[in-house]
Design a protein around this ligand. Structure first.
Ligand SMILES: [Zn+2]
Length: 280
């Protein structure tokens, strides 16, 4: 009788140990608690171990996001695993303006519906942008890059100027409050790239660069801004990613290496870049 009891205890201990170790091994292969149900049998756990998570195949896989990849995929089964991973890394499995996190002075500085600037944030230093409009400020790197972009435009027979640059949170709050339906059109204070001092709204001979009747200048900016470290931040067809309408006039300084890499690799949103390079 004692022997039977001992055997039973040993079996239970073995099964419990296998379960713990099995789940641990499965997790190391990219599976999450969500993906391995609580009631999973040992043979099912073995299946998980035999088949690593498809999301773990990507260098930008973040283990702590494993359950969100699985959750997002269950809602978007038509998306490729690669897309699922960068989108979740950029929080795009959530609704805009939920689970908001604070971003600090990083490069690239991601500011969007999921990332806001810290309270009282003002970039330092800010320098004047010598343009046709007065009282405009931006970071020194942004201004220098704009001058180079403007000079290149001039050499190509085009006229370029800055319509809007740095804005304080108070200024942004006034713009936001003045709009009847601002989300998607006017950023909330602390969620505006203009508060970073790295964003510029551009005008050409016909005024603000237009999305409805693109001017030659607007098209040229879209094709050449990266050479000077800018990205056209709110491109066409990515409203569901950026949270903003197509704005061909709004460019953001991220530096030549990132801007050129994005352009040459067809990465059209800063969200995708950050989702693919979360440790940059
Ligand atoms: Zn803008």
């Amino acid at each position: 009788m004692v022997l039977v009891l001992l055997c039973a205890c040993a079996t239970v201990t073995y099964l419990r140990d296998f379960r713990g170790i099995g789940i641990h091994v499965a997790a190391s292969l990219g599976h999450s608690d969500l993906g391995i149900p609580r009631q999973a049998r040992n043979d099912e756990i073995e299946q998980y171990i035999a088949q690593p998570s498809p999301f773990a195949a990507y260098s930008f896989f973040i283990p702590s996001n494993a359950k969100y990849y699985e959750y997002f995929y269950s809602n978007r089964p038509y998306l490729a695993a690669e897309t699922i991973v960068w989108k979740v890394n950029a929080h795009l499995h959530r609704a805009f303006y939920t689970n908001i996190q604070v971003n600090t002075d990083t490069n690239p500085l991601l500011v969007n519906p999921f990332y806001r600037l810290p309270p009282g944030f003002t970039p330092y230093p800010l320098v004047p942008v010598n343009s046709d409009t007065c009282n405009l400020l931006a970071t020194p790197a942004t201004v220098a890059a704009f001058y180079a972009l403007r000079e290149s435009a001039r050499e190509n027979g085009m006229y370029l100027y800055v319509v809007s640059a740095f804005r304080t949170a108070e200024h942004q709050a006034r713009l936001f409050a003045a709009h009847t339906s601002p989300d998607g059109v006017v950023a909330r204070p602390y969620h505006s790239e203009h508060q970073t001092g790295r964003a510029l709204d551009l005008g050409g001979a016909g005024g603000l660069l237009d999305r409805f009747s693109p001017s030659a200048t607007g098209i040229w900016v879209g094709q050449n801004a990266h050479l000077y470290g800018f990205i056209v931040r709110y491109g066409a067809d990515i409203t569901h990613i950026t949270g903003f309408i197509h704005e061909p006039w709004h460019i953001t300084y991220v530096g030549v290496p990132i801007a050129t890499y994005m352009y040459e690799n067809g990465i059209v949103s800063l969200e995708e870049f950050v989702g693919r390079y979360p440790n940059l």
